[in-house]
Structure formats: structure tokens, C-alpha cells
Ligand binder design. Sequence first.
Ligand code: CA
Length: 373
Amino acid sequence: MRDPFSASGPVSATERAGTRMRAILPLHGERDCFIVRSVSRKGFNARTWRAVAVAMAGAFLALAPLRAEEAPLYLAVDMRGGREAASWPVERVEAPPSGERWGEDFKTGRLLLRRIEPGTFAMGSPESERGRYKDETLHSVTISRPYFIGVFEVTQRQWELAMGRRTSPAPGDTRPADRVSHAAIRGNRAGAAWPANADVDPGSFLGVLRAKTGLDFDLPTEAQWEYACRAGTATALNSGKDLDDDVSCPALAEIARCPLNTRDGRGGGSQHDTGVGEYLPNAWGLHDMHGNVWEWCLDWYAPHSAGPATDPSGPASGTLRVLRGGSWGFPARDHRSARRHGAPPGYDAYSGYGFRVACPAPPEGAAERGTGP
Ligand SMILES: [Ca+2]
């Protein structure tokens, strides 16, 4: 690690350092990370620093650059060349883009993923959790390797860029790709073999994404999905709140497109999803882990076993593939972090089934580095 960047003062302060103007901003969703944006004669630069000493709330004592193995925080695939492009550039992004509407670009022509660090968490739900189902047996799961996961559900425009058509007649580039089957995402030949291997069909969405980027994109495993959804929480919802009603819960409406917020002015309707990223993200900056559309995971569905597991890949065989997170048409209890749902892998008739992608993190030290502030 480099020497800490010595600075002190309130966050969100703008200061002059030599010839540079420097703005220090809290990184959304991170308690100890800050973005340092600097403007000098050489141009604009932004990178993420981790506070090594935090004094009072809202002030820091020193910042250190993220370790090489921690960077970059984000990875972006530029899909705008469409199917005709020989390849799609993969950019390493060390800080989320700025601007009020920064997300729009990453909901249409570019695909944004957030790095998730390894850790151990309690998967499933305690018996005391309101709205739980019996197949959510609480057990310890370790995620041993870092990975990237989509900040948003894959959208109609992104699907169209890869596949040449949309999945649904519903208008809106930023609406999720719905009515997609597990088989359409991975393929129903090679792509049906998980967990025997991680192959996908060349003509599937993931086959195209892999061919254009050279990276091993896939659906997340069920454990990767729940770990990313919870972002450190053990409550029913990833906002740190529990349900106060099984069907209609205001705490859920803050973070998810669900039946309760059908007419909140964000594009939702009584019979469909809405644009991705319209509701509050979790602590790791991921949107719509609850609600909007259910998200396909890699695993076959089966009841959890009670013992601890490391990087579980699900049962060897089954009839249903797992879906997680609930959707616009389901009651509150079906949006809980621990809720498990399944459907036949070829099922594509429901407008509440979609997905987000995941990707193993590059080897440690392989990440490109930005320059200091
Ligand atoms: Ca979702």
C-alpha cells in the first residue's frame, strides 16, 4: 500500500492543493470510502480512497489508496458497438461516474458491475423472521473469492445490443430484460450443464457477452446473489429493516418496485416493472436486489442443507433453477433477502423474470491503476 494521503477536514470539502482543486466526497453506500476528484492542468481525475482513520462523523483524518487487489471498484462493458462490433471494450472504473443522471449511460449502452469482496455471512433466515418460508434454513456460507456483480438488472437495451431484439414489447430502454428464460441467458445445450461445468452456448446472451469481452461472465450463484443482496445486513430487507406486513410493507416500497408503489410516479404500473435504478440501492450500491424483476441464479433449486458451505454451486441436478428477490407483482414477503423461488429453465412467459450478470474478479494486482489525486 502506498503512504496514506495526508489530509483532514470535513468530507464534501473542496480544497486547493498546489495547482489542483480537489473535492472529497463520501462514496455512496460505503462507510469508509471517499472519492477524491481532482482537476489540474493535466485534466480531470477521480479515484477511490479508503479512510484509514475516521474521526468524528463527517470528518476524516487520513485517506489511503485502495489496495491493488481492491481496485477497481467498478467494471464497465461498452456494448454500444452492438452485435457488429468485433469486441466490446471493458473499462476498469475506480469510482462511480458523476452527475445526477450518471446511471442512464450504464442502463443502456454500457453494463456496470460492482466489485464484491470475499466474506462469510448467514444465508437464509432465522425462524423468527416475519414472512419466512421453511426452505430458508439458516447456515453459514463463505464466499472465498472476489467477484463483480451488476449494479442494475440487465435492461431491454442491453439485451437488444447483444441479441438483436428485445425480450418484450414494453417501451423503455432502461426497463429490465424480462420474459427471459435461464436457457436464453445461458443456452439450453452446453449452458444447461451447471454445476458440472460453467460452459454456455455461443448464441446465448452470456455466450455473446463472453465472446465480445473475453471475460467469464455468468449468472451469480444463489449464494453470490444473497451475499451481494444483503451487503452485510441480516434483516429481511437489505436496508436493515424487517417487514411489518407480509403483503404490503412501506419499508419495502423505499427500495423496490413492488405492488405497494404502483403509482409513485417512477414509471411503474399495475401490470409491469419499471426502469432499473429508480429506488434506493443497498449499502454496496446495488439497485433492485429487491423487486422489479426476479433474478435467475445459476443453481438448481433444492432445500438448503444446514451445514456451513464455501462457494456453494447448488445441487448436481434438479428441475427448477433458482430465482431471487421478488418482483413487481408479488407480495412483500416474497421480496425478502432470503426468499427462494424456482422455475423450469426454459420458462419465459412471465414478465417478472429477469437477471443480472456476475464475473470473477481479475487476479490480484492485475487491475489497472489510476494516478493519485
Ligand atoms: Ca430484482
